[in-house]
Design a protein around this ligand. Structure first.
Ligand SMILES: [Zn+2]
Length: 273
């Protein structure tokens, strides 16, 4: 792969991990690169509901909501994801996402990369019953698991493949229950002439629920949104550092800078001087 091509592929990666999400425009210039251990250590401490604004920033209809609504909808989407995780786990007597996918008759394969690579993608669900897990990104992520601070932050429980399959499995479940599942029945009224009803689902709710679903199946003590930054780090530490800054800020936290960094690492007092 050429450098130019890789650059093209990395651009949309900042949009989010799992496909269906959209961008925030054509940002980012330069970010201070952090060690991956620092990134996951900080991100794993963000409480689940504080991912609301990061998630909604990837929603095309984001402008229709205020922060209070974004938080409330995130809570409901997470509850929906957890509920269906428990429901499916109880129904089949298992919670291993890989085994569940097999049991539900899904065809899971593990190609290296998407066939028409328009973006770096880690996994995707294709209706009606296919899940692709792209191993190039998984391998790059696994290679980071031994970095200082990473095992401690991510805990021994993380299995990247199972985490990705769990997320995609939710999209399958959502299809099966589309008439009744909250992420599909919740709709907002868009502008339309009075006699027409123009109601739309809110796609990001399915993503938030998918994260909660896989978190529940995998019994992870942190939000799978951490993987957005972690897996991107395998391709670009700088892009991942940019995501880290955004995630921290949207969660109301201050991103750390690596010690001994450049001018950007000056303490506050020195910057004010
Ligand atoms: Zn998804």
């Amino acid at each position: 792969m050429t450098k130019e091509r890789l650059k093209q592929l990395l651009k949309p990666i900042a949009d989010g991990l799992f496909g269906e999400q959209r961008t925030r425009g054509n940002e980012p210039p330069h970010y201070t690169v952090r060690p991956v251990g620092m990134i996951v250590e900080d991100l794993c401490r963000i409480p689940d509901e504080d991912w609301a604004l990061y998630a909604f920033a990837r929603e095309p209809l984001n402008g229709k909501f205020n922060d209070e609504q974004r938080r409330e909808l995130t809570r409901q989407a997470m509850a929906c994801g957890r509920e269906y995780a428990e429901k499916v786990a109880a129904q089949y007597g298992m919670r291993d996402p890989e085994k569940l996918a097999a049991r539900l008759g899904l065809k899971v394969d593990f190609p290296d990369m998407p066939q028409n690579a328009e973006r770096v993608l880690f996994a995707e669900f294709r209706v009606p019953d296919k899940i692709h897990v792209y191993m190039d990104g998984v391998r790059k992520g696994r290679a980071l698991l031994g970095e200082p601070g990473v095992p401690h932050a991510l805990t021994g429980q993380l299995d990247i493949v199972k985490l990705l399959i769990g997320h995609e499995l939710f999209h399958y479940v959502e299809e099966q229950y589309k008439k009744e599942i909250w992420t599909r029945t919740y709709k907002i009224e868009l502008w339309a002439p009075k006699f027409l009803h123009n109601r739309s689902t809110v796609g990001i709710l399915g993503e938030i629920a998918a994260m909660a679903f896989t978190q529940e199946l995998n019994r992870l003590p942190y939000s799978p949104y951490v993987m957005d930054a972690f897996l991107v780090y395998g391709y670009s530490p700088e892009a991942a550092s940019g995501l880290y800054e955004e995630m921290m800020e949207r969660a109301g936290r201050t991103p750390r800078l690596p010690q001994g960094g450049g001018p950007a690492a000056l303490p506050d007092a020195a910057q004010q001087a």
